[in-house]
Design a protein around this ligand. Structure first.
Ligand code: PLP
Length: 393
């Protein structure tokens, strides 16, 4: 087909590339590789959630929900937020239900950040935050998280705040590193937000996927932060239903109003029957979360054992379902070269670490494995990865 217009993409669209993570899933299918790239479970979703979704459709919850969210679902979110985080929120004033955390983040940025205002982003970062900033016209300002514990330098963070700073993005538990922000770290960020009148967008989508003694602390629970925080969450990861596309943003009423307006004109609403059945998800009993915890503990152990066997150096995650690895000892030119080799020759798809960083002069040395997979998938990956040998010069 021939293009009939003089130009193709807009200036904004030309500033970012296709998602590397989603591209890796397509490459995995093409090369019949075991897909340890994209962050989605390959095991069945909980039966009661599937039944609730079918019931909602049969009950004819099939038309647009209220644009900021189905009432029973918002009420269920309120209950869960009180139960798990100890936060009291009003379903009429503080919640916007969106198409996943993805829409919650971009709608919040579009609604609350003006062009040329700065948004602080910790690097490495979940790859959506870059395009989110570009789409809202914001200027991303990066602060490094440093290995091995992915801590930030206090002075570097302090000097990133200035008159132009509108917001900071905190993702805890963190993708790709598995870092869970400690209370003292959150308090430091909170102090700076309050000093400069800066908003905090927190992506807490992995709040229930924690290991060992790690505890999830929501930024909105840090004194002084309730009104400055937009807490973003979703059904995707906790309930293993990434395809439902249901998430939400919790914020002060004055912030919620513009978020709701932007959300309305972006998508009108998230799928109505899946919001209604989402209430069943967030109302699941405590046992669901203890089982989730046990299952992920086993999956993480299996994944780390595989990496030990193959000789891949990794940073043990405290949360989320990824393991970030340093593959500089394998003798490849960079992370892209080893990722290509893995998908084409070894038959395992992973994500090159450079997709979580700004463009850099230095060759990338990280790759990310996702282990939200059935045991058979991990066992198959183990067999295939035996072909990969550390470089011994
Ligand atoms: N935020 C983080 C940190 C993620 O890792 C992901 C998915 O991998 C998302 C958001 C996407 O969430 P959702 O499916 O709710 O749009």
């Amino acid at each position: 087909m021939q293009s009939r217009t003089r130009k193709t993409g807009s200036l904004k669209a030309s500033q970012f590339k296709e998602s590397v993570i989603r591209e890796m899933s397509r490459l995995a299918a093409q090369h019949k590789a075991v897909n340890l790239a994209q962050g989605l479970p390959d095991f069945p979703a909980p039966l009661e959630l599937k039944e609730a979704a079918i019931k909602a459709i049969l009950d004819d919850i099939n038309q647009y929900a209220i644009t900021w969210g189905d009432k029973p679902f918002r009420e269920a979110i309120v209950e869960k937020t009180k139960r798990y985080l100890g936060l009291t929120v009003d379903p009429e004033k503080n919640i916007t239900v969106t198409c996943g955390a993805t829409e919650a983040m971009v709608a919040s940025m579009l609604a609350l950040v003006d062009p040329d205002e700065e948004v602080i982003v910790f690097e490495p970062f979940y790859e959506n935050y870059g395009p989110d900033a570009i789409l809202s016209g914001a200027v991303p300002r990066f602060v490094k998280l440093n290995p091995p514990n992915w801590e930030f330098d206090e002075e570097e963070l302090k000097s990133a705040f200035n008159e132009k700073t509108r917001a900071i993005i905190v993702n805890t538990p963190h993708n790709p590193t598995g870092k869970v922000f400690r209370k003292d770290e959150l308090e430091l960020i909170a102090g700076l937000c309050q000093k400069w009148g800066v908003l905090c967008f927190t992506d807490e989508i992995y709040e229930h996927i924690l290991y060992d003694d790690a505890k999830h602390i929501a930024m909105a629970t840090i004194p002084g932060m309730e009104d400055l925080t937009v807490t973003i969450n979703s059904l995707s990861k906790t309930y293993s239903i990434t395809g439902w596309r249901v998430g939400w943003a919790i914020a002060h009423e004055d912030l919620t109003l513009p978020i709701r307006k932007v959300h309305d004109f972006l998508t009108v609403g998230a799928p109505a029957p899946l919001q209604r059945s989402g209430a069943t998800a967030v109302n699941l009993p405590e046992k669901f979360y203890t089982d989730l915890h046990e299952e992920y503990k086993i999956r993480r152990k299996v994944m780390l054992d595989i990496l030990d066997e193959v000789g891949i150096k990794y940073y043990k995650p405290d949360g989320a379902y990824y393991v970030f690895c340093d593959v500089s000892n394998f003798g490849f030119k960079d992370d892209i070269a080893i990722t290509k080799h893995l998908v084409k020759e070894v038959g395992v798809a992973v994500v090159p670490g450079s997709s979580f960083f700004r463009k850099s002069e230095e060759p990338g040395k990280y790759i990310r494995f996702c282990f939200s997979r059935q045991m058979e998938t991990l066992t198959e990956a183990r067999e295939r990865l035996k072909k990969l040998k550390p470089f011994t010069a």
